[in-house]
Design a protein around this ligand. Structure first.
Ligand code: UDP
Length: 135
């Protein structure tokens, strides 16, 4: 888009934007690009775009491993038996609908955080996000 005619007053205005469903499914496909050749890929993208998601940055010492421990194994069905206290056991259904995501390594976490938060206007960034940007 070429921007814009302006009255030059410097006053802020608001506009409305909507990411439509096809925009979200493109995002989900990019986020899970590493699984694009897997047989479950199409269903995974349908699942990931079937409703709103809440994306968050969690910060503490060894956050990656601790969050992975808390969410439990990929297969929520099996987790109900082997890890009944895990989040996936409590809110997930099966190997696809497992209700939560957790980065699998420090490198993945950096890439995935940047995927969602890197472009956010700095005024809206929390201290935690700013710290990550500086890494
Ligand atoms: N998934 C699936 N079928 C499978 C394996 C994975 O639908 O056989 C989905 C599931 O939602 C999982 C996501 O694909 O969380 C990413 O898979 P990954 O192997 O990275 O598991 P995770 O790291 O999420 O435990």
């Amino acid at each position: 888009l070429r921007c814009c005619s302006s009255n030059g007053s410097g006053e802020k205005e608001r506009t409305l934007g909507i990411i439509k469903p096809d925009g979200l499914s493109e995002n989900a496909a990019n986020f899970y690009a590493e699984h694009s050749s897997k047989p479950f890929f199409t269903n995974l993208i349908k699942y990931m775009t079937s409703g709103p998601v809440l994306v968050m940055i969690l910060e503490k010492e060894d956050a990656v491993i601790h969050w992975r421990e808390l969410i439990g194994p990929t297969d929520a069905g099996k987790a109900k038996i082997t890890h009944p206290q895990s989040l996936r056991a409590m809110c997930g259904v099966d190997i696809e609908k497992n209700c939560v995501h957790g980065s699998d390594s420090h490198q993945s976490a950096q890439r995935e955080i940047a995927f969602f938060f890197k472009e956010a206007p700095s005024a809206f960034k929390t201290e935690a996000v700013r710290k990550h940007d500086e890494l």
